[in-house]
Design a protein around this ligand. Structure first.
Ligand SMILES: *[C@@H]1O[C@H](CO)[C@@H](O)[C@H](O)[C@H]1NC(C)=O
Ligand SMILES: *[C@@H]1O[C@H](CO)[C@@H](O)[C@H](O)[C@H]1NC(C)=O
Ligand SMILES: *[C@@H]1O[C@H](CO)[C@@H](O)[C@H](O)[C@H]1NC(C)=O
Ligand SMILES: *[C@@H]1O[C@H](CO)[C@@H](O)[C@H](O)[C@H]1NC(C)=O
Ligand SMILES: *[C@@H]1O[C@H](CO)[C@@H](O)[C@H](O)[C@H]1NC(C)=O
Ligand SMILES: *[C@@H]1O[C@H](CO)[C@@H](O)[C@H](O)[C@H]1NC(C)=O
Ligand SMILES: *[C@@H]1O[C@H](CO)[C@@H](O)[C@H](O)[C@H]1NC(C)=O
Ligand SMILES: *[C@@H]1O[C@H](CO)[C@@H](O)[C@H](O)[C@H]1NC(C)=O
Ligand SMILES: *[C@@H]1O[C@H](CO)[C@@H](O)[C@H](O)[C@H]1NC(C)=O
Ligand SMILES: *[C@@H]1O[C@H](CO)[C@@H](O)[C@H](O)[C@H]1NC(C)=O
Ligand SMILES: *[C@@H]1O[C@H](CO)[C@@H](O)[C@H](O)[C@H]1NC(C)=O
Ligand SMILES: *[C@@H]1O[C@H](CO)[C@@H](O)[C@H](O)[C@H]1NC(C)=O
Length: 645
C-alpha cells in the first residue's frame, strides 16, 4: 500500500481510506483511464489477467477504491512493467496515491499527474523516465495537493524545475536524488512549500549557491544535497531552519568556516555531513552544545586547529570522521570516555600528535578506528583489547613504538578483520620467538581471499560506516565488493622464500612482494591464483626458472620479475609472451625472444632446488600475522613495516 511516513495526518487519512470497504463497484469513467494505462504498457507483468473489462476494476491487482467505487490508489511497484505512463490517469479524480516505482517506465512523467488536483503521493522512483521534467504549466495557478514526490534514481537529466514548486504549497517530501538534474537549487522551494520536511537532491549535477531562502524552511528536517557541484558558503540564513536534523552537503565545492555562534542554533541536528568540500577554519567549541549529534563528518576539507575538547559533550556521537584535514595538537585533550555510543573514529591524514588518548579504550562499541598518517607516538596500550567490537584498525604511518608490545596488545582484539600498522616501529628488532610461535598455528587462513564471497567475514556494521578505505590520487574504494583483493607486502626487507601456501589465496587479484630480500624459486602454487591480474616479484633474489604454468593466468595484465636472479627460457605461449622486456630486466640468466639474450639449445629449463636450510619462516610469519587477525584484504598502505630487515 502506498503510504507516507512523514506526515501522521496523512497516515490517518490513508488508514481511514483503507478501512472503508468498497460498497459499490467501479464506474465506467474510472475503468477507462485504467484500461488506457494498461494499453500503454509494452510489458504488463501479468496485470492483464486481473485487469479485465468485464470485471469490477476495484478488484483489479494494485487498485484500491473508496466507498463510492472511485479509485484512490494505484500500487504497482516492482511489477516488471514497461511502457509509458498515460496522462489519462489524471482522469481518476479521486486518485490519491500512485506508486509505480521500480519498474521500467520510459518516456516522461505526465505533467497531468504532477499537477493533478487529487494526487498527494507520487512515487515513480527507479524507472527510466528520461524526458525532461515539466516546468510549471501556465494553466496551473492554484495550489496543488501533492505532498510526496519521489522521482529518484537514474532518470531525468534535464534542468531541475524551479517555478514548479510555487504551486506545491502542500509538498512535504521531495526526493529527486540520484538523477542527472542540472541547474540550480530552486530558491522558491520553501517559499512555495512551507511545509517541506524532507528534501533529497543528492547525486545530481546541480551547481551554483545554496539559496538563502532555506532560512524560510521552518519545517525542514532532512536536507541532503551531497554529490553535486554546489559552491559558495553555507548561507547564515540556513541556520534559521532550526528543525533541521539532517544537514548533508558532502562532495560539493563549498567553502567558508563553521561559525560557532550559528551552528548552535541547529539544536536538533543529529547528522552534520560537510565532508569533501573546501571548508577552512576550526571546529568551534560550541559544537558541544549540539547534544543530539550522532554523526559528524567533516573529512576531506581544510579544517585546522585542535579537535575540540567539547566534543565529549556530544554524548550520542556514533561516528566522527575528520580525516584528511589539517587538525593538529594533542588529541589527549579530548575525553572520549563520555562517548559510549561511538562506533567509528577516523582521524587519518592530519598532523595530530601526542600519545593516543587512553580514554578511547572505554568506547566499548568502537568498530572502526583509523589514525593513520598522523604524528602519534608511544606504545599501543594493552587496553586496546577492551575494544571487543573493533573490526577495522589502521595505525599506519605514525611513530608508534614497541612492536612486541603492539603484538601482545592486538592479540586480544579477536574481531579485527582489517589491520594496517605499517610505517611505525622504525628500526626495531623483530619480536621475540614466542610471539612468532603464537601466530604460527594460524598460518595461511585468510578467509576473505580464499572465498569469492566478498565481505562475508566483514562485520556488517562496518559496511554501514561508509569509511573510505583506500586513498590514492583518484581512487576511493569502499568496503564491500569494491575492495580490491590485493596482498601488498612490498618494500619490507623480508628475507626467506615465498611460501607455497600463497597458492591458497585463490581470490587474490594483485600480489606484490617486490623490494624484499626473498630468495629461492617462484613457487608453482602461484599458478593456482587464477584471478591474478597483477604480479610483482621484482627486486628480490629469486632464483630458478619462471614456472611454465604461469602462462595459464589468463587475466594477468601486469607482471614484473625484474632484478632477480632467474634463469632459463621465458615461457613463450600464453600471457607471459605479451609483456615487455622491462618485466624481465636484470635477470642476466633469463633468455627469450623479447630479450637481448635469445635461448640456445643448452638452456633447458633448470631444476630449481631450494634447500630446506634456506627456508626461513619469516615471510610465512608476516602473512600468518595478517591471518591471525583474519585480515581479509591488505592494501597499498599495508606495509608490515621495515622492522623485519
Ligand atoms: C514510494 O514512495 C512512498 C513515499 O515516500 C513510499 O511510502 C513507498 O514506500 C515508496 N515505494 C517503494 C516501493 O519504495
Ligand atoms: C479523460 O477526460 C477527458 C475529459 O476530461 C476525456 O475527453 C477523455 O476521453 C478521458 N479519457 C479517458 C481515457 O478516460
Ligand atoms: C531517496 O530515494 C533514494 C532511493 O533512490 C533512497 O535511497 C533515499 O534514502 C531517499 N532519501 C530519503 C531522504 O529518504
Ligand atoms: C542510483 O540509481 C541506480 C539505478 O537505478 C541504482 O542502481 C543505484 O543504487 C542508485 N544509487 C543510489 C545512491 O540510490
Ligand atoms: C522514495 O522511493 C525510494 C525507493 O523506492 C524509497 O526508498 C523512499 O523511501 C521513497 N520516499 C522518499 C520520501 O524518499
Ligand atoms: C523568508 O525569510 C526572510 C528572512 O530571512 C523573511 O524576510 C521573509 O519574509 C520570509 N519569506 C516568507 C515567504 O516567509
Ligand atoms: C561546477 O560549477 C562551476 C561553477 O561554480 C563550473 O565552472 C563548473 O563547470 C561546474 N562543473 C561541472 C562538472 O558541472
Ligand atoms: C560541556 O559540558 C561541561 C559540563 O557538562 C560544561 O562545563 C561545558 O561548558 C560544556 N561545553 C560546551 C562547549 O558545551
Ligand atoms: C588550507 O588552509 C591553509 C590555512 O589554514 C592555507 O594556507 C592553505 O593554502 C589551504 N590549503 C588549501 C589546499 O586550500
Ligand atoms: C553498544 O552497541 C550495542 C549493540 O549495537 C547496543 O545495544 C548498546 O546500547 C551500545 N552501547 C552504547 C553505550 O551505545
Ligand atoms: C616493549 O613492551 C614489552 C611488554 O610488552 C616490555 O617488556 C618491553 O620492555 C618494551 N620494550 C621497550 C623497548 O620499551
Ligand atoms: C563462487 O564460487 C562458487 C563455487 O566455488 C561458484 O559456484 C560461484 O558462481 C562463485 N560466485 C561468484 C560470484 O563468482
Amino acid at each position: 500500500m502506498c503510504s507516507i511516513t512523514v506526515p501522521p495526518v496523512v497516515l490517518q487519512l490513508l488508514l481511514l481510506l483503507s478501512l472503508a470497504s468498497p460498497a459499490t463497484s467501479c464506474t465506467e469513467e474510472e475503468k477507462r483511464p485504467l484500461l488506457q494505462f494498461l494499453a500503454g504498457l509494452s510489458r504488463d507483468g501479468g496485470l492483464a489477467v486481473s485487469w479485465r473489462d468485464d470485471t469490477d476494476c476495484c478488484e483489479w491487482e494494485g487498485i484500491t477504491c473508496n466507498g463510492d467505487g472511485a479509485v484512490t490508489e494505484l500500487s504497482l511497484a516492482s511489477k516488471g512493467l514497461e511502457g509509458h505512463i498515460t496522462p489519462f490517469l489524471a482522469n481518476l479524480t479521486s486518485l490519491l496515491c500512485v506508486d509505480l516505482s521500480h519498474n521500467s517506465f520510459s518516456g516522461g512523467l505526465p505533467p497531468e499527474l504532477m499537477f493533478s488536483t487529487s494526487i498527494i503521493v507520487l512515487n515513480v522512483s527507479f524507472n527510466q523516465l528520461y524526458e525532461a521534467l515539466h516546468e510549471l504549466q501556465p494553466s496551473v495557478t492554484t495550489s496543488r495537493p501533492l505532498q510526496v514526490l519521489n522521482i529518484s534514481s537514474k532518470q531525468f537529466s534535464s534542468e531541475f524545475p524551479s517555478a514548479t514548486w510555487k504551486v506545491m504549497k502542500n509538498l512535504i517530501a521531495l526526493n529527486a536524488s540520484n538523477n542527472s538534474f542540472t541547474g540550480h537549487v530552486p530558491s522558491s522551494i520553501c517559499l512555495g512549500s512551507p511545509s517541506l520536511s524532507l528534501l533529497d537532491l543528492c547525486y545530481n549535477k546541480l551547481s551554483g549557491d545554496i539559496p538563502t531562502t532555506f532560512g524560510n524552511c521552518s519545517k525542514l528536517k532532512v536536507l541532503k544535497a551531497g554529490h553535486n557541484n554546489l559552491s559558495g558558503i553555507l548561507p547564515v540564513e540556513i541556520f534559521r531552519a532550526t528543525s533541521l536534523e539532517y544537514l548533508s552537503f558532502p562532495n560539493n565545492g563549498l567553502q567558508g568556516e563553521l561559525d560557532g555562534a550559528h551552528i548552535v542554533k541547529l539544536s536538533n541536528l543529529a547528522t552534520l555531513d560537510l565532508g569533501g568540500n573546501h571548508f577552512t577554519g576550526n571546529i568551534p567549541q560550541s559544537i558541544g552544545q549540539l547534544k543530539r549529534l550522532r554523526e559528524l563528518h567533516l573529512g576531506c576539507n581544510n579544517i585546522s586547529g585542535e579537535v575540540p575538547s567539547a566534543l565529549s559533550n556530544c554524548t550520542h556521537l556514533i561516528s566522527i570522521v575528520l580525516n584528511l584535514n589539517n587538525f593538529s595538537g594533542d588529541l589527549s585533550k579530548v575525553n572520549f570516555s563520555t562517548l559510549n555510543s561511538l562506533k567509528s573514529l577516523d582521524l587519518m591524514g592530519n598532523t595530530l600528535s601526542g600519545i593516543f588518548p587512553e580514554s578511547i579504550y572505554t568506547c566499548s562499541n568502537l568498530t572502526a578506528l583509523r589514525l593513520s598518517t598522523n604524528h602519534f607516538h608511544g606504545e599501543i596500550s594493552s587496553r586496546i583489547g577492551n575494544l571487543k567490537h573493533l573490526s577495522f584498525l589502521s595505525l599506519a604511518d605514525n611513530s608508534f613504538t614497541n612492536i612486541t608490545q603492539a603484538f601482545h596488545a592486538l592479540k586480544r582484539c579477536r574481531n579485527i578483520s582489517a589491520l594496517l600498522i605499517g610505517g611505525n616501529f622504525m628500526n626495531e628488532a623483530m619480536p621475540q620467538d614466542e610471539t612468532i610461535d603464537s601466530f604460527q598455528n594460524l598460518q595461511m587462513q585468510m578467509p576473505m581471499l580464499k572465498s569469492n564471497k566478498t565481505g562475508i567475514y566483514l562485520d556488517p556494521i562496518l559496511l554501514d560506516l561508509d569509511l573510505p578505505i583506500y586513498q590514492a590520487p583518484s581512487l576511493q574504494y569502499r568496503i564491500g565488493s569494491a575492495w580490491p583483493k590485493g596482498l601488498n607486502l612490498g618494500q619490507n626487507k623480508f628475507t626467506g622464500v615465498i611460501p607455497s601456501e600463497i597458492g591458497q589465496l585463490k581470490e587474490l587479484l594483485y600480489l606484490n612482494l617486490s623490494f624484499n630480500n626473498l630468495y629461492g624459486g617462484i613457487p608453482q602454487s602461484i599458478c593456482n591464483l587464477m584471478n591474478l591480474q597483477g604480479l610483482d616479484l621484482s627486486n628480490n633474489h629469486l632464483t630458478g626458472a619462471i614456472p611454465a604454468a604461469l602462462e595459464n593466468l589468463n587475466f594477468l595484465s601486469q607482471f614484473n620479475v625484474s632484478n632477480n636472479d632467474l634463469e632459463g627460457p621465458i615461457p613463450t605461449s600464453g600471457q607471459l609472451s605479451t609483456f615487455q622486456n622491462s618485466s624481465f630486466d636484470g635477470n642476466p640468466k633469463l633468455c627469450g625472444p623479447m630479450l637481448m639474450h635469445h635461448c640456445g639449445s643448452v638452456e633447458a629449463a633448470p631444476v630449481s632446488i631450494i634447500s630446506a636450510k634456506q627456508c626461513s619462516n619469516e615471510v610465512i610469519f608476516a602473512i600468518s600475522f595478517g591471518v591471525f587477525f583474519g585480515v581479509g584484504v591488505l592494501y597499498d598502505q599495508l606495509v608490515l613495516s621495515r622492522y623485519f630487515g
